[in-house]
Design a protein around this ligand. Structure first.
Ligand code: FAD
Length: 412
């Protein structure tokens, strides 16, 4: 047995990191204040996307701002009092949006995203979880010819990065998804993409596998982290524990923990909501669909049709304001026949987002035996298993599957 490691945060990133580290012979404890995957990893759209290689910081991103600030965008919404807080992050986003940075970030994302599905498939087969997986891609659909044309740059980069996709017209869309209404004129069918019918249950399977392979899951809330006599002292609400090595994988909450250790990480939380709807008898959906003009994603889930929203920026303490769910509902109803909403309340998730849309994976810069795995933004469900492998490779000192320089904290 190698030395002991505590992974803090049991979302998809922490679970997969713990599982891979355990397999390298470390003695691993996974610590979370709640049950595994109780937060963002539970309620996402479940897409394991090969085509999501585009950073939010793209050339021309500043042109979206006036509409967002005027609260006229369904895809992004900001609480005004949070604007000041976002300014440094916004400046970094503008820097990352320069063409040379945009291309560099696409390249790094493409490297990472290229491994996501294969890594999930390996874990799913080991956990007897294949029945959750649909390998039929996902559809990005456009209502008008103009909006489809606006995806020309995206299509160019998909092609140059070797991402397989088909352009589909209205009749092809009808054939693929006969259960949706005839309102989309064109779309992109991103292949080599899969989705799951319950991200929460998939995470649960991976967590159970970690335990069955000898790992320990502890329920406690991290209150403080201290470096003491060559070991980490992890002060929880219920107990203190020591560990040789710590991995921070607390998703949206990692930044706050790092601040207590003196790190200022450029990250914001992009909140997103979901609601499940019952489909009417004549409606069905075979795969997730992104209605670009409507500004939402709909995914078939075990619980019903899961509608997820775009981005909302606000303080951690800002009460849930699921305005975007109300805004997109008429667009959902135009696209597919839904009956009643199935959840008593909308669900709220928190995407941890960096200005270059690349996760932070690697060693902390000023502390020994402290490793970071967070900041996976809109793609953390897809990236969980490959991140876990990378974390284990790094800590074990093994040669990794990809070059990870682009993901290190030291880039900021
Ligand atoms: C609406 C929406 C749709 C999305 N759709 C997709 C998609 O289709 N595909 C995709 O790949 N990604 C998607 N994402 C993104 C993805 O869900 C996230 O990137 C991913 O879940 C982040 O995982 P994580 O493990 O880093 O964080 P989380 O899942 O949030 O886990 C963090 C954990 O830290 C724990 N924690 C926090 N503070 C403490 C503390 N003090 N002590 C102990 N534990 C603590 C929490 O309890 C939690 O379990 C979506 C996100 C949203 C919001």
């Amino acid at each position: 047995m190698k030395h002991d490691i505590v992974v803090i945060g049991a979302g998809i990133i922490g679970i997969c990191s713990a599982l891979h580290l355990q397999r390298r012979g470390f003695n691993v404890t996974l610590l979370d204040r709640s049950a595994p995957a109780s937060e963002t990893s539970y309620g996402n759209a479940g897409v394991i996307s090969r085509g999501s290689i585009f950073p939010e910081a793209a050339p021309g991103v500043h042109r979206k701002l006036p509409k967002i600030i005027a609260q006229k965008s369904r895809e992004a919404r900001v609480h005004y009092r949070y604007l000041g807080q976002m300014a440094p992050w916004g400046r970094s986003v503008l820097k990352q949006a320069r063409v040379e940075n945009f291309k560099k970030n696409i390249h790094a994302l493409n490297e990472l995203v290229g491994h996501c599905l294969a890594e999930h498939k390996t874990l799913l087969s080991e956990c007897d979880g294949y029945h959750y997986l649909r390998e039929n891609g996902w559809l990005k659909l456009f209502r008008t010819a103009e909006t489809f044309e606006s995806s020309a740059t995206e299509q160019h980069y998909l092609e140059s990065c070797g991402v397989a996709f088909d352009r589909v017209d209205a009749s092809a869309i009808r054939q693929m998804e006969s259960g949706i209404n005839d309102i989309f004129t064109a779309g992109l069918w991103i292949k080599n993409t899969a989705s799951v019918s319950s991200p929460g249950k998939v995470c649960d399977l991976y967590a159970k596998r970690f335990v069955s392979e000898g790992g320990t899951i502890v329920r406690d809330e991290l209150k403080q982290l201290e470096w003491r006599h060559d070991r980490w002292n992890i002060v929880g609400a219920d107990a203190s524990r020591e560990s040789h090595t710590v991995v921070l994988a607390l998703g949206a909450w990692t930044k706050v923990v790092l601040e207590t250790l003196g790190y200022q990480v450029p990250m914001v939380v992009e909140r997103g909501y979901h609601m499940h709807y019952q489909l009417s008898d004549s409606a069905h959906l075979n795969r997730p669909v992104y209605d670009v003009d409507g500004g939402y994603v709909m995914s078939p889930m075990q619980q019903g049709l899961r509608v997820t929203t775009g981005v909302e920026w606000g303080f951690e303490s800002t009460v849930p304001t699921p305005v975007q769910l109300q805004q997109v509902k008429p667009f959902v109803s135009e696209a597919i026949e839904i009956s009643e909403a199935l959840d008593p309340e909308p669900w709220l998730g928190r995407r941890p987002c960096t200005p270059d849309s690349l996760p932070i994976i690697g060693p902390a810069t000023n502390h020994e035996n402290l490793w970071l795995a967070f900041g996976h933004g809109h793609m953390g469900f897809s990236m969980g298993p490959i991140t876990g492998r990378i974390v284990a490779d790094m800590i074990a000192g093994d040669t990794g599957v990809i070059n990870t320089d682009a993901f290190r904290l030291s880039r900021f």
